[in-house]
Write a protein that binds this ligand. Structure first.
Ligand SMILES: NC(=O)c1ccc[n+]([C@@H]2O[C@H](COP(=O)([O-])OP(=O)(O)OC[C@H]3O[C@@H](n4cnc5c(N)ncnc54)[C@H](O)[C@@H]3O)[C@@H](O)[C@H]2O)c1
Length: 354
């Protein structure tokens, strides 16, 4: 940290289910770094989630986006989703509202194996599984364009549009290439289904050809997404950067999480370069295990690491990753990884080593 580093203000949205349990541990680690003077950071917690929606009918409060933009440097969100809200309306309003409203077009999901014992692939180590998935985050099938006709009848028709714009596709591709350049990575793979979706994904294919020409030093190849899924399991070491559409990225990055040992170890970031960004573990609110203190907080801790790295504190972020690695190596883990520790005990152990 440089002595002049300015105070970073973090909006914490713990959310529902295990979201609040794992966010509590992320907060503890961040505040511990702040108290030790290595991170000038202040957190403010917002109670947006199912409870508030059920109580007050409010999802994302009016003016929330402007407030986040003007008063905060980053947003950390636990998870949203509650069986008492089967429509998932609050989650869509809050999560997609922030992603779309703040135009967070980059969804970055690192697939970095921290301990080979938790990789389900045979004879694969940390060197074999170390890549990043960039998922387009504001377009595709998730924009909510479509409708039902004759809903609930035998003649029902359902339409769900897949929206792709030249601007949207180009900016995520450019971000992926720029990331590769910044990190001295030499290989990029663009995954699509342009064979079956010639209009939408044809645009991806053509834009990819244009963008790759600007980065001749990077080996860029196009691979159909189904083959990418197969190759991620067969030979993950071939990948450094994968860039793809919203829905394909959603699926491929969950496969990536499985390569690491599960959702409890998978962090992510929603970024708009130069503007406020949002950081969240990949997992959901896991209602079945909520409130039991058995959720793995490591994805949330690694997510906090991504956030502070983004805010300009790579050393502190590296320290969090090192300590998660150490906790894994010492079996200081929750039941999803075969351990017996409680959520807060993992956080305590890591705070104790900081
Ligand atoms: N970003 C988000 O907020 C987000 C993402 C995915 C799902 N969801 C929501 O979460 C709810 C549950 O969805 P789901 O069951 O499909 O996905 P989920 O990620 O909540 O759970 C999937 C499985 O992984 C386990 N799991 C997840 N995180 C874990 C952790 N940290 N430690 C230990 N085990 C963990 C769960 O117990 C469950 O078996 C739904 O309402 C869904 O809409 C929210």
């Amino acid at each position: 940290m440089t002595p002049s580093a300015s105070l970073k203000r973090i909006a914490l949205i713990p959310g529902d289910g295990i979201g609040s349990e794992v966010t509590q541990e992320a907060r503890k680690v961040l505040e511990s770094l702040a108290t030790k003077g290595s991170l000038p950071l202040e957190t403010t917690t917002f109670d947006w989630g199912a409870e508030k929606f059920l109580r007050e009918g409010v999802t994302l409060p009016e003016g929330a986006l402007d407030m986040l933009r003007s008063e905060f440097d980053a947003i950390f969100i636990g998870a949203l989703g509650d069986p008492r809200v089967p429509s998932n309306r609050h989650a869509a309003d809050i999560l997609l509202g922030i992603r779309f409203g703040l135009d967070l077009y980059v969804n970055q999901r690192p697939v970095k194996l921290l301990d080979a014992r938790f990789c389900p692939l045979k004879n694969r180590g940390e060197r074999d599984v170390n890549f990043v998935v960039f998922r387009e985050n504001t377009e595709g099938n998730y924009v909510g364009l479509g409708g039902n006709f004759k809903k609930g009848t035998a003649d029902e028709v359902a339409i769900q549009e897949d929206l792709n714009t030249r601007k949207g596709v180009e900016r995520i591709l450019v971000y992926a290439f720029e990331h590769a350049q910044r990190h001295r990575l030499t290989r990029i793979c663009m995954a699509d289904k342009s064979n079956a979706l010639p209009y939408g994904h044809g645009l991806w294919r053509r834009t990819f050809e244009d963008v790759r020409a600007r980065y001749p030093e990077i080996e860029a190849r196009h691979v159909y997404a189904d083959t990418v899924a197969m190759e991620m399991v067969r030979d993950p070491a071939q990948f450094q950067v994968i860039v793809t559409s919203n829905m394909l990225g959603d699926i491929l990055s969950d496969l990536g999480a499985a390569l690491l040992g599960g959702l409890g170890l998978s962090p992510s970031a929603n970024i708009h370069p130069g503007k406020i960004s949002m950081f969240e573990p990949v997992h959901g609110s896991a209602p079945a295990i909520a409130g039991k203190q058995v959720a793995n907080p490591m994805a949330a801790l690694l997510t906090a690491g991504m956030m502070i790295e983004h805010l300009g504190f790579p050393k502190e972020a590296g320290r969090i990753e090192e300590l998660v690695k150490e906790a894994l190596a010492n079996d200081r883990v929750t039941p999803d990884l075969g351990g017996t520790l409680r959520t807060r005990e993992v956080g305590d152990w890591i705070c104790g080593r900081l």
